[in-house]
Design a protein around this ligand. Sequence first.
Ligand code: AMP
Length: 303
Amino acid sequence: MAASVCVVGSVALDSIETPSGTAENVLGGSCSYFALAASYFAPVNMVGVIGRDFPKAERELLASRRINLEGLEEVDGRTFRWRGRYHEDMNVRDTLDLQLNVFGEFSPRLPEAYRDSELVFLANIQPGLQKGVLGQLRAVRLVGADTMDHWIRGDRDALLSLLADVDILSINDSEAQLLSGERNIVLAARKILEMGPKTLLVKRGEYGALQFSSGDVFAVPAFPLETVIDPTGAGDCFAGGMFGSLAESGTFDGRALRRAIVYGSVVASFCVEDFGPRRLRTVTRDDVEQRYRQFMALTDFHS
Ligand code: AMP
């Protein structure tokens, strides 16, 4: 049986504008995307907070997958809301509005049943809170984390303290540059690995991702798609697919890691095909496997 993955992060209602159109109040948040992606491969223990306005249908979507919602706390108030607009170049987006609401008081508490999760992913929240989650886990074997410019600039000491305990740090290229002070991504990776993480995953939007660990570099492209509708959540789906696959395989060696990274890229490629997580409502594990095989063909060559 696959090990379970615990994920802690934001659960949101997003309003999104892209060159393809708009979507209002759709399920969002790093925790939601991660959980949906990881659940293709392994059971997920979700930790987040929602308000009384959180739609029943979105809760039902999460519950219809292998996602345990015992740690999804509902409290008085409104759910976290985010509004963003993408440029023609969809690697660039502006946050138009952000209402923390109940997420502003979020202090993750793991239900007893979650404390034996073997893998944990600390999605983008305040680094001190991320660290507090680690102290609640009894048997964790693999720690993943994400962060953002806000914490790299404003809470650096807490972030550095967290990084000492992180196995896989998953961030985008501009965050890697900001964290390391290096423009060149290879130099940036070397510096970040010295801060603690054994593996660094650098997400590069439509250009794919690079994985660095001591003595090893692995590159994966983004799956070539004719139409990208909405890139929101792609990074979280990438991490979710990756951690789900690692949980399913139970081993975290170099081979398992490379396979997991390809699965991450596959789930992310489905995510961007429609607004919010809509596409993931219909994608099956068989679809994931089919695209995984297309991915192998895409990058196969003989030396
Ligand atoms: P990504 O596209 O992978 O960066 O993830 C987008 C998701 O992050 C959206 O669904 C938002 O609801 C969520 N989000 C946006 N800003 C924040 C924030 N400051 N903290 C936590 N989650 C956020």
